[in-house]
Design a protein around this ligand. Structure first.
Ligand SMILES: CC(C)(COP(=O)(O)OP(=O)(O)OC[C@H]1O[C@@H](n2cnc3c(N)ncnc32)[C@H](O)[C@@H]1OP(=O)(O)O)[C@@H](O)C(=O)NCCC(=O)NCCS
Length: 178
């Protein structure tokens, strides 16, 4: 399946909540909470839609960055079971990190259930490392949260010929998604 990523809006709330409640069965966000995230100027949410059907959503993720803050949080990420293990989670996370970099963020944090090794592996492959455990964070299951941190690497271009590397300004990596 070929998919496209685009910025999410409040119009996507129903489709996002359908995935949220089916994927995070015991600890899904409330509709009000998700609406607040989607409407917040400090939030940056993406949805993944199959090519040719802009309204059917197969995955989403969200970042929260307070203005001028040196750190950001990946708030959530989910991909429908049928669309998993095809690189979509990695693509969504890559866009979250790229947006954090565009906003001048130095560190990105996230929390993940201790009993979710697949997601942890994805984050580790992107450079996140576990830095703390919050005991019994996920209720009602009483499952620990692993706090993970990514130190956002600067974009470095190394010219041929062994000259000194050029560090690009934060905003130059790529254009924001539509
Ligand atoms: C976690 C999640 C978003 C990953 O999405 P995805 O589209 O399947 O991820 P990708 O295909 O980009 O996977 C990239 C890599 O992450 C790792 N990974 C992802 N899911 C994994 C799993 N279930 N088991 C082991 N490794 C996994 C693998 O290294 C994978 O690379 P590979 O497929 O080449 O082996 C998806 O499984 C999901 O929605 N899960 C339920 C919700 C959830 O747990 N969200 C995270 C909350 S913190």
């Amino acid at each position: 399946m070929s998919v496209r990523l685009r910025r999410a809006s409040l119009d996507d709330l129903d489709a996002i909540m359908a995935i949220e409640t089916s994927v995070f069965v015991t600890d899904a966000w409330s509709r009000e909470g998700m609406a607040h995230e989607l409407g917040s100027p400090d939030g940056w949410y993406l949805v993944a839609t199959p090519d040719g059907d802009d309204t059917r959503i197969v995955g989403y993720s969200g970042l929260m960055v307070l203005p001028g803050a040196p750190d950001a949080d990946v708030q959530t990420i989910a991909v429908l079971p049928d669309a998993r293990r095809a690189g979509l989670g990695r693509a969504l996370m890559g866009q979250m990190i790229a947006e954090a970099r565009r906003r001048g963020v130095r560190e990105v944090f996230l929390e993940v259930r201790a009993d979710n090794p697949g997601a942890q592996r994805l984050y580790e492959s992107l450079g996140f490392e576990g830095i703390a455990v919050r005991p019994r964070y996920y209720m009602p299951d009483g499952v620990d949260a692993v706090v993970m941190r990514l130190r956002v690497p600067p974009t470095v271009t190394r010219p041929a010929g062994g000259d000194a590397p050029v560090v690009l300004p934060e905003t130059s990596e790529s254009e924001p998604l539509p």
